[in-house]
Design a protein around this ligand. Sequence first.
Ligand code: NDP
Length: 434
Amino acid sequence: LRRNAGELEFHQAVTEVLESLGRVVAKYPSYLENALIERICEPERQIIFRVPWVDDQGQVHINRGFRVQFNSALGPYKGGLRFHPSVNVGIIKFLGFEQTFKNALTGLPIGGGKGGSDFDPRGRSDGEIMRFCQSYMTELHRHLGEYTDVPAGDIGVGGREIGYLFGQYKRLTNRYEAGVLSGKGLVYGGSRARTEATGYGAVYFVERMLATKQLTFDNRRVVVSGSGNVAIYTAEKITEFGGKVVACSDSSGYVVDEGGIDLALLKEVKESRRERISEYARLKGDGARFSDTGSIWDVPCEIAMPSATQNELTGRDAKALIQNGVIAVGEGANMPSTPEAVRFFREAGVLFAPGKAANAGGVATSALEMQQNASRDSWTFEQTEQRLADIMRRIHDTCASTADEFGTPGDYVLGANIAGFVRVAEAMRALGVI
Ligand code: NDP
């Protein structure tokens, strides 16, 4: 605690993983040798840098840039970039730590990393976003490479930002190194289905989890928090599977639409116009209402998919969901449920899919983008989505069978933490004390 003072989210993420490891070290005490667990908790490298940029009025701003290269035992560091005013080193470290285990669970050759900046993109013009991205990459480019570190998007970083970042990388290095970033546009080396992958993948995971109890999404009321990349494509796949998404949100409040969220309208408001969620209710008119007070988790539902940000679903929210009869929770975001909320869900016997397993579809498809870039190939949407669906079902089954093996059937938190840990730990052991 003293060593990482003030890094609350990082402590939270590490504590959760370490709490799961008791059973694995009891069975295989050799994991306690050579400070393996201490090494897994320490990032290989952390880069913090100044990002100066000029706004449309000619005013100079300074933001702080981060990249935490957490673990490269399984492959080049891989993980997104987050642009949000709340970003600090503790948040990037928690995300990088989680990413290491998540990437291991995909079974693909990728290590873990994460980065970003406390830059707030909200209300910034296209030109300001471009200049910020160029300045950010001007420092970061020397630490990246298709065999070294391959960032992607996260909160506040979507297709537009990846384009500007890639453009600046190409300009600085004079190399068309498509494999250095993922989440690229289709015209310059992106993968089909990458935009949809995290949301679709989370729904595939929950579908498989429901099937263990002979349940499906069909006709179920679902609440999906957020209205960004993950939330939109989570809602889209749920609708395809026959579920009804009745509410979604952003940081200004939430909308309830009893008829089911209109996906075309949601995309228009959020992806094209980049407006607030209240605009959805205004345009939809009758049947949809916006609220800027209270919690989205008070809206009754059978399945909850928190897809906005960390610690957005508290113990109080979990109680409300349980009281309203929730049967399953699938985390699309990273660590959206507080430890107390997770405990309540587990005690109440609610099916619970932790983010590091359920939202692994995004990074898995990023790894598929790297494969396509390496072979100068481009797969169809169907082919890529099929690979994604197979990977998600495999991750589900790995978590479930690991939980069985360690005597806690149905505990996906324990299953995900142990299965991820074992893969990283085995690779680290083979590579020696480094
Ligand atoms: P986006 O920026 O596209 O969307 C984020 C959404 O969450 C927005 O609706 C945003 O509202 C809301 N939100 C963000 N911060 C807060 C906050 N502090 N309080 C309330 N609402 C908030 O990001 P993504 O959809 O890409 O990411 C969402 C989550 O999924 C994150 O936890 C991310 O780490 C995780 N994730 C993303 C992956 C990806 O492929 N994109 C992969 C795996 C995980 P507003 O616009 O008002 O800020």
